[in-house]
Design a protein around this ligand. Structure first.
Ligand SMILES: NC(=O)c1ccc[n+]([C@@H]2O[C@H](COP(=O)([O-])OP(=O)(O)OC[C@H]3O[C@@H](n4cnc5c(N)ncnc54)[C@H](O)[C@@H]3O)[C@@H](O)[C@H]2O)c1
Length: 448
């Protein structure tokens, strides 16, 4: 296909992946129809709004309004296009496997198209899904519909940039011609295109996320050993990351990974292996390390505050990372729940994310200053830029104790000390588990 030729495209799912994919393809000149099942989402999109926070996305949707249509009607979307992108959510089930029910609904709702079309899977799915979808299409008498696996690698917070400047485009196809047609959509993006069989394309996505999660758990383990031995993980990561064989990315120690992808995709890959008779030991450890990492902040607080019952803890940041309002699997949820279970009062502030009633008993604040006022400690949970300005005299004086637990290593420990704060980072050379220092006030009130 000539790269200037425009394709009519349908997108199923107006979430992070679907809306970004739709808006970006519209930006590239294609006619796009986006279908979702949530009436409020579709109404809001029709009225020019976007129901979640993703930098640049609302502007992109607005700019391409002429080429973007939104509908609740699956048949309308499918009839309007020859390339049908599946971008629905594939959340984890109780067993840890991926829940493909929304994918199957899309297949079930496809009208009996009387022309050739290609179903393009962008949702993250277990290896083997393409084969199953192929069989389901045959059963439905839709053998003239092709199938291509085209996993998405965008990261929330920079989703539009990532989509338009991908590191690579992965295209797995049963028929080369179908793969060519999908690959052609990305021409001009200057990205290598990896052509593969369907199973390998599906595995590339799962392996990439598992590898990124492994790097995070790895550097968190190094951070924990740094705390026990007096090294500084920030310097260590810098020195390690300059090795061209390793690179600097995903080597920031912190409170663990969260979000809608890493936890579910690592779990889905672990279960996929296990269902296939293989015990993926390394990945099991990566997941366990991450769970433990979220809880280590409690020990750091206890080191300075003693028992946490009755203490007021300010959580700075709720979203699983900066520049998003996505709360799915955010470490803040585990942290807040643990603090509440210890009897602490928890006050939280996030510039955009709203915890709603995910954590009952936590109060929400309108600003960083509100959250920390009178608090016994401030915990940086999300690496929002705004929290870099924490170290002021006003903030210090407004706190009951000027204790900062920096769960993202956002601040400079020396600057924090000079500003009169007691500072605890992650892996910054001081053992969180060591005995209480002489000067720390012990909480004897509730001592057993
Ligand atoms: N969020 C990310 O950063 C990211 C990155 C890469 C890949 N992925 C993968 O992409 C997929 C989508 O993720 P997301 O974060 O965009 O999810 P999301 O929850 O933000 O959006 C999914 C949307 O699909 C809609 N939907 C559900 N059933 C539908 C149906 N039958 N027809 C049309 N719409 C339907 C939902 O209402 C929702 O709006 C997942 O498999 C995810 O793992 C996500």
């Amino acid at each position: 296909m000539n790269r200037r030729e425009k394709e009519p495209i349908a997108i199923f799912g107006a979430g992070w992946v679907g809306l970004v994919t739709g808006a970006c393809f519209a930006e590239l000149g294609h006619e796009v129809t986006v279908r979702d099942i949530v009436p409020e989402k579709v109404e809001k999109l029709r009225a020019g709004g976007v129901s979640f926070f993703e930098p640049g996305l609302a502007e992109l949707v607005e700019r391409n309004r002429e080429r973007l249509r939104f509908t609740l009607d699956a048949a309308e979307a499918a009839q309007a296009a020859e390339l049908l992108f599946v971008c629905v959510d594939t959340p984890p089930t109780y067993s840890g496997d991926a829940d493909l029910s929304r994918v199957w609904t899309v297949i079930d709702e496809l009208p009996s198209l009387d022309r050739r079309a290609i179903l393009v899977m962008k949702s993250t799915v277990p290896v083997g899904t393409g084969e199953k979808v192929r069989a389901a299409l045959e059963t439905r008498g839709l053998s003239h519909i092709g199938y291509v696996s085209n996993p998405e690698f965008l990261a929330e917070g920079g989703a539009v940039r990532d989509f338009l400047n991908p590191d690579r485009v992965v295209v797995g196809a049963f028929a080369d011609a179908d793969g060519d047609r999908v690959a052609a959509l990305y021409e001009g993006m200057n990205a290598p295109v990896v052509r593969a069989d369907i199973a390998s394309a599906e595995m590339i996505k799962l392996a990439a996320n598992a590898f990124l999660a492994t790097r995070i758990s790895f550097i968190n383990e190094i951070a924990n050993v740094c705390e026990a031995t007096g090294a500084d993980v920030v310097r260590v990561a810098e020195g390690v990351g300059l090795d061209h064989r390793l690179g600097p990315h995903f080597l920031r120690a912190g409170v663990g990974y969260g979000g809608s992808c890493f936890p579910k995709d690592t779990s889905a890959l672990k279960q996929l292996a296990s269902n296939s008779g293989y015990h993926f030991q390394l990945l099991s450890a990566v997941i366990e390390v991450n769970e433990l990492q979220k809880r280590r902040v409690i020990k750091k607080l206890e080191k300075h505050l003693g028992r946490l019952r009755g203490k007021t803890i300010a959580l700075l940041g709720l979203a699983f990372k900066a520049n998003t309002d996505d709360m799915r699997e955010a470490p803040s949820i585990v942290l807040a729940s643990r603090l509440l279970a210890e009897g602490a009062h928890v006050r939280a502030y996030d510039p955009v994310a709203d915890a709603g009633d995910i954590v009952r008993g936590m109060s929400s604040c309108e600003s960083m200053a509100d959250a920390v006022r009178g608090a016994d400690a401030a915990v940086i949970v999300t690496e929002w830029d705004e929290f870099r300005s924490l170290l002021t005299d006003e903030i210090r004086d407004s706190m009951s104790r000027p204790l900062v637990v920096d769960g993202r290593n956002l601040l400079d420990p020396e600057a924090a000390a000079s500003a009169g704060f007691t500072y605890e980072g992650i892996g910054r050379g001081v053992s969180a588990l060591e005995a209480l220092p002489e000067t720390a006030e012990r909480d004897t009130e509730f001592a057993e």
